[in-house]
Design a protein around this ligand. Structure first.
Ligand SMILES: O=C[C@H](O)COP(=O)(O)O
Length: 255
């Protein structure tokens, strides 16, 4: 049975105190209301991570993650943060390959492949994002785009290493736009991703890989999206900034 995961991506939002308040609300609500086996992951800006690590120490179903790491072990990379640094304050996950990193920071599949390697080396679970732009959807090229992102970013990994990766399908045209992929559109791509994984690593790995959906997911549409056979949770942007919404999305998996 693959893991159900609801991950929040706070992006570049919230000052230090607001982040701590939001996270405290999330863990209190999670303790009372999240009663299934689903895992919550909050991916905050770096400034919050250490404190969130302390707050979540004894909370079984809430983990924390970074939104980026550098690909090198350490060294003269002014302004960057390493995998071992985020690991040392309690992060268990890191988002890699988000379309905003690809588009605004020029992150290529080759660079992302090296970030995946350093994350896994330091026992951080990559939440690896893939997804097509509006033009790629409209031209019908999206299956090829997604297959290339998987191949070039991840398929250098051994089967054993790949088993630690979580995927997130995020159609770029649905991110922060209020335009959600329909459950059927999302399911079509998630099923395709699982088929590509089965070809590369075999059916068992394909069946055990959690594939999250991201893109304007909210409490109103999460239920229908997560009811799809190949959708194992969500990577939530805007709605993860409101504790009530984030928890309500997570509660879809309460059963
Ligand atoms: O990482 C999260 C995604 O970019 C989705 O963001 P959104 O829920 O605000 O559309």
């Amino acid at each position: 049975m693959r893991k159900k995961i609801v991950a929040g991506n706070w992006k570049m939002n919230l000052d230090y105190q607001s982040g701590l308040s939001l996270f405290s609300e999330i863990i209190n609500m999670a303790k009372d209301e999240v009663i299934g086996n689903q895992e919550l992951v909050v991916c905050s800006p770096f400034i919050h991570l250490s404190s969130l690590g302390q707050l979540s120490k004894n909370v079984a179903n809430v983990n924390i993650g970074a939104q980026n790491i550098h690909q090198a072990e350490s060294g003269a990379y002014t302004g960057e943060i390493s995998a071992s640094q985020v690991k040392s304050v309690g992060a268990s996950h890191v988002i890699l390959g988000h379309s905003e990193r690809r588009a605004y920071f020029g992150e290529t599949d080759a660079l992302l492949a090296s970030k995946v390697d350093i994350a896994l080396k330091h026992d951080l679970t990559p939440i690896f994002c893939i997804g097509e732009t509006r033009e790629e959807r409209e031209s019908g090229a999206f299956f090829d785009v997604i297959k290339t992102q998987l191949t070039d970013g991840l398929f250098h990994l051994s089967k054993e290493a790949f088993a630690s990766v979580v995927l997130a399908y995020e159609p770029v045209w649905a991110i922060g736009t209020g335009l959600t992929a329909s459950p059927e559109q999302a399911q079509e791509v998630h099923k395709f991703i699982r088929e590509v994984l089965a070809d590369q690593y075999g059916q068992e790995i394909a069946d055990n890989t959690s594939i999250l959906y991201g893109g304007s997911c909210n409490p109103g549409n999460a239920k229908d999206l997560f009811a799809q056979a190949d959708i194992d949770g969500g990577l939530i942007g805007g709605a993860s900034l409101k504790s009530r919404d984030f928890i309500d999305i997570a509660k879809v998996f309460n059963g």
